[in-house]
Design a binder for this molecule. Structure first.
Ligand SMILES: [Zn+2]
Length: 512
């Protein structure tokens, strides 16, 4: 028994390897090393930001300020990561950390805090998630959400694009929406508060922060539930733990420490002044999601009147005009948005669709290509596929459609239909599987399967049979129609001879 347990332990170790947790100093099984974590963070940081609203840019000093506070904290983490802290243009109160030290905090969380020390408590907690490999542990345990679940979890403010995020970017979504578990949260609270004190802040801020969270969770604002509460459930236990730790820290000699209330108030003054503008923006997004375009346009107009320098407000007005079919107006609004912020995928994606509808094919193509540089979506690749198809470039169209076909939901479905349309005539056997089988009574059957999500008609299959005495026999079979995913069985004529081989091959098919 002991030998077996030992053997198991050894084989697990060789599979996973052993890593030292930089924060706790303990050995743990794992295979995602520091270099890999840094690579993952660098690759996924931008797409994760993009799908959550992009960076906040009206007051560029705010990100500099938050990054400064974050760096002050990160200096006390026991591992040297390429730390980065950004402010996301998102009203949901949330913060997250990616492996490799890439951290983000939402505009909507900053307006709920009352001091720089509370901000530092949030960032310290996130620093520990990254330093203590909590994201890497989630990957090692295969805990990341997949596909359709992610679409629901991202909570992108733009519901039109939810579910259309592709491939690698789905990993980004999984990384920022994962739940770490109670032990990891406790670890992050504990060490985060220690770094807070070491950085010269009053650790009491970690207590008031948790108290704020508990109070707000009792109010059950729905945006809180989809934000920080989903991944960091607040509780009285966390408040009590932090309180006990503050006592310990005081006993260890961490007296005083600063709160930085005035500095924090000055740094966040702009987003507090613009609160009404963002409330109108959020209301407009929600109305647009319900196809109430007049209400949406009115709220978007209000947001723009209150803060004309916010690119997202102009982009939203572009989205509304586009959804109303007013493509010239939409393009004008997207132009304004891009003039203020040239690094958000949604402006290019929206303008590309409107340009495409207006017949400006080359300009649309540029926009779609630019949008996928920031965030690859099935919508952009499907649109690029449509343009290539219209230009008669079937192989390019097939490549684009294929790239988009992996997305869950309607976006992937539409791409698959495009792929079948352009690629089916070129390689029908890839989409319609033909095979020979023996029936129960020894009869020879032709089984034809439509592997696509669309109905196919006029399916032509060539059959070749090899008989022991009479030799090769070739003939064709036609199937009128076959629904998506369905198979047809066709009995083939038998000879008074022994069948020793054969094959079947689809040579033509059309989508309906
Ligand atoms: Zn956490």
């Amino acid at each position: 028994m002991l030998m077996r347990a030992l053997f198991l332990a050894v084989s697990l170790t060789s599979l996973f390897g052993c890593v030292v947790n930089p924060v706790t100093g303990k050995n743990e099984l794992g295979w995602v090393g520091t270099d890999t974590q840094i690579q993952i963070g660098e690759k996924n940081y931008v797409p994760a930001q993009q799908m959550q609203g992009g960076q906040y840019k009206v007051d560029k000093g705010l990100t500099e300020y938050v990054n400064g506070v974050g760096q002050r904290l990160a200096r006390h983490a026991p591992i040297d990561l390429p730390w980065e802290f950004v402010v996301l243009n998102n009203s949901v109160p949330n913060a997250w950390a990616m492996p490799g030290g890439k951290i983000a905090v939402n505009r909507g969380l900053l307006t709920e805090l009352s001091s720089e020390a509370e901000l530092a408590a949030v960032l310290g907690h996130e620093v520990v998630h990254a330093a203590a490999r909590h994201g890497a542990q989630g990957m090692e345990r295969g805990m990341l959400l997949q596909g359709a679940l992610i679409a629901a979890a991202i909570g992108t403010r733009n519901q039109e694009y939810a579910g259309a995020v592709l491939g690698g970017a789905q990993l980004a979504a999984g990384l920022v929406t994962q739940k770490y578990g109670r032990d990891a949260e406790r670890e992050s609270d504990y060490y985060g508060t220690r770094y807070l004190a070491q950085a010269g802040y009053d650790p009491q801020a970690a207590v008031t922060l948790q108290e704020t969270f508990v109070r707000l969770s009792e109010g059950r604002k729905s945006s809180w539930l989809e934000g920080l509460f989903a991944s960091h459930p607040p509780s009285q236990e966390r408040v009590n733990n932090n309180r006990a730790l503050v006592k310990t820290l005081r006993a260890e000699g961490f007296k005083g420490g600063e709160l930085g209330k005035d500095r924090f108030a000055a740094a966040t003054a702009q987003i507090r002044r613009d609160a009404a503008a963002y409330a109108a923006y959020d209301a407009a997004r929600e109305a647009a999601g319900k196809k109430q375009y007049d209400v949406a346009a009115e709220e978007a107009g209000k947001a723009i009147r209150l803060q004309g320098a916010e690119a997202q407000f102009h982009g939203l007005r572009g989205d509304i005009r586009r959804l109303q079919g007013r493509h010239d107006d939409a393009i004008t609004n997207y132009d304004r948005a891009i003039a203020q912020d040239d690094a958000y995928f949604g402006f290019y994606l929206g303008r590309g669709i409107s340009r495409s509808k207006s017949g400006a094919r080359d300009a649309a193509k540029q926009d779609f290509n630019r949008s996928v540089e920031f965030l690859p979506t099935a919508i952009a690749y499907t649109e690029l596929g449509k343009i290539a198809e219209a230009e008669g470039n079937a192989s390019a169209a097939a490549r684009y459609y294929e790239a988009a076909s992996g997305a869950p939901g309607a976006a992937g479905q539409q791409a698959m239909q495009g792929l079948v349309r352009v690629d089916l005539p070129r390689q029908p056997n890839k989409y319609v599987r033909a095979e020979l089988a023996r029936g129960a009574k020894g009869e020879v059957l032709l089984k034809v399967t439509n592997t696509t999500p669309v109905t196919l008609v006029d399916i032509q299959v060539n059959v070749q049979l090899r008989w022991a005495v009479t030799g090769e026999q070739a003939f064709g079979r036609r199937i009128d129609a076959l629904a998506a995913g369905r198979s047809a069985l066709v009995a083939l004529p038998l000879r008074n001879d022994e069948l020793i081989g054969g094959n079947a091959y689809t040579v033509a098919a059309r989508s309906q």
